[in-house]
Ligand binder design. Structure first.
Ligand SMILES: Cc1ncc(COP(=O)(O)O)c(C=O)c1O
Length: 351
């Protein structure tokens, strides 16, 4: 009798123990996008008195912030019929948007073609192929209107491929909208509304424009700073309204700067730009890994160096958020390769 009661009680306990938990899983890999951590930056910021926080986007399943906008662009295109069942998604991408699109294409049953420029790291091309994307590589050093440029090739492929959809992340409003709906609100919540400055690299402009618009709607005093690179038109255009072709020349930094004005860059919400050299961006990519344990991509190095260039803007009461776009694994043959760094002349001078 005693044994029977023991058994009964232990089985009741088991039932109670099991019911303490609810099943917790994503329906598919796309359900894990977003809600990325915020991490305090400690050493690399030197004597900046403000609290400086990294919005750490490599925790997305495609290892970059671009997963957010990739899924949003696809969902919006499905909703209004631009993308139809079994269709082919075509995009000119420096790799990260392609990765996000490729993951969504797998889950949703689309074909994916990425058109990429030849200055992008080999790892990015290999990674896109690993997730089932066809990759077309185009020369970097040609004008955007040149038929060989990756802008022109992606447009042409979209015209020639039946049942295809050209994403155009540069001018597609769903890009910035994704960050307005997810990245911006996350930053506001994670800082308890105390964020005073947002610093971020600018390429298509989706991240800065979406996050910037959301944060300024919550508090118009939040300052929005864009990180640009030498060889790009953004800073001069923002300051003078002049699109100066003399500003355009090839550069090494990946992910940021442009030789066009994408519709996703909302210059009206940006308070200022600072430009970072290729050398500084590469050296600071390494420094982030060595000083903070942040194994990140090249635009993160540019972003943190740009933030240091802006240090006189930050006081001890400020909460500065810098967004880091992508993961270091895509740059092991470049910014994390000492031989490559030496070949480029990216060697820090001894004090
Ligand atoms: C590594 C990296 N950093 C920064 C950016 C710029 O972000 P956005 O296009 O939202 O301006 C990109 C965009 O392609 C990127 O891939």
């Amino acid at each position: 009798m005693e044994t029977y009661l023991n058994l009964l009680f232990s089985s009741i306990n088991c039932t109670f123990a099991a019911s303490k938990y609810t099943m917790d899983y994503a329906e598919n890999i796309l359900g894990t996008i977003g809600n990325t951590p915020m991490v305090k930056i400690n050493k690399i910021i030197g004597d900046i008195p403000a609290l400086v926080l990294a919005k750490y986007e490599t925790f997305n399943p495609g290892n970059s912030v671009k997963d957010r906008m990739a899924v949003k662009m696809i969902e919006d295109a499905e909703a209004d019929g631009r993308l139809k069942p079994g269709g082919t998604i075509i995009e000119g991408t420096s790799g990260n948007t392609g990765m996000g699109l490729a993951l969504a294409a797998i889950v949703k049953g689309y074909k994916m073609v990425c058109v990429i420029s030849d200055k992008q790291s080999k790892e990015k091309v290999d990674i896109l192929r690993a997730v089932g994307s066809e990759v077309v590589v185009c020369p970097t050093d040609v004008a955007p209107e040149d038929p060989r440029s990756y802008y022109s090739v992606s447009k042409r492929l979209a015209e020639e491929t039946p049942n295809s959809w050209y994403v155009n992340q540069y001018d597609n409003p769903s890009n910035a909208k994704a960050h307005y709906e997810s990245t911006g609100p996350e930053i506001w919540k994670q800082t308890d509304g105390k964020v005073t400055h947002f610093v971020v690299g600018v390429g298509t402009g989706g991240t800065i424009s979406g996050v910037g618009k959301y944060l300024k709607e919550q508090n118009p005093n939040v300052k929005i700073w864009g990180i640009d690179t030498y060889g790009s038109v953004f800073k001069k255009y923002h300051e003078t309204g002049i699109f100066d072709e003399n500003e355009i020349y090839p550069y090494i930094t990946e992910g940021i700067g442009e030789d066009i004005l994408p519709k996703n860059v909302d210059f009206s919400i940006i308070d200022g730009f600072t430009k970072v050299t290729d050398k500084d961006a590469a050296i600071y990519t390494q420094k982030l890994a060595k000083m903070e344990g942040f194994f990140l991509g090249n635009s993160a190095g540019a972003a943190i160096k740009g933030l240091l260039q802006l240090k006189e803007h930050f006081t001890k009461d400020d909460v500065v958020v810098v967004l880091f776009h992508d993961h270091g694994s895509r740059y092991v043959g470049k910014m994390y390769n000492d031989e490559w760094m030496r070949e480029q002349g990216f060697v820090e001078e001894e004090a």
